[in-house]
Design a protein around this ligand. Structure first.
Ligand code: FMN
Length: 183
């Protein structure tokens, strides 16, 4: 009997790189993973949930619990059975949220309820990325076993040059594959 595809949960947060998450969905689907998307409220200002719903054919939970239109325990259902969760792009705000165990939106609750590898791919301005608070949050997550896919270096959307670009999408896919025991 054919194995059912592995469920991979993609968290999308409020970074200008959020538009790249749509292509990331496609590349993950090419690995035959069943991709579900959860978004921060802020991320929905950059890309519409409908984009991800159309790409994944799954409902897209976003924001806080007051806004949920799906099942009551969406945050638990999202992480249940997931082979991995990857937050890409991961904003400085969400990095802090995850590092400190905050549970104030559906994305952070899903991450807390996750019983599988957590990957984060930070994307932000170079000065933000170089801020010790941001680095400490990344280090905290790493220490706890999360996989940090470091940002790339180059020209940033704001015009600055330096580290902070969302990592190459294929590098993110490779990191997820490795985390779930695939090549
Ligand atoms: C145009 C614009 C672009 C932004 N890009 C980023 C970004 O790439 N990375 C980041 O960490 N924050 C960025 N921010 C700030 C975040 O959107 C803000 O911190 C927000 O609270 C993140 O919330 P979230 O983590 O809940 O999505 C940007 C803000 C604006 C106005």
């Amino acid at each position: 009997m054919a194995k059912s595809p592995k469920k991979v949960l993609l968290g999308v947060t409020g970074s200008i790189a959020a538009y790249k998450a749509a292509e990331l969905v496609r590349r993950m689907q090419k690995k035959n993973w069943d991709v579900w998307v959860v978004m921060s409220a802020c991320a929905t200002q950059y890309v519409g949930p409908l984009t991800f719903r159309a790409l994944t054919d799954h409902p897209v939970a976003h924001g806080s619990f007051a806004e949920l239109e799906q099942e009551t325990y969406t945050h638990l259902g999202l992480s249940e059975g997931a082979a991995a969760m990857v937050v890409a792009p991961c904003s400085a705000q969400t990095l802090a949220r995850l590092a400190h165990g905050f549970a104030d939106d559906v994305l952070s609750c899903a991450a807390l309820a996750l019983d599988a590898p957590l990957l984060v791919a930070p994307a932000m301005n170079v000065r933000m990325w170089n801020n010790p608070a941001v680095r400490e949050n990344a280090a905290t997550l790493k220490r706890r076993g999360a996989i940090v896919v470091p940002p790339g270096t180059g020209e940033l959307a704001c015009g600055d040059v330096g580290a902070g670009r969302l990592a190459d999408l294929d590098a993110i896919v490779r990191a997820v594959a490795k985390a779930i025991g695939e090549r």
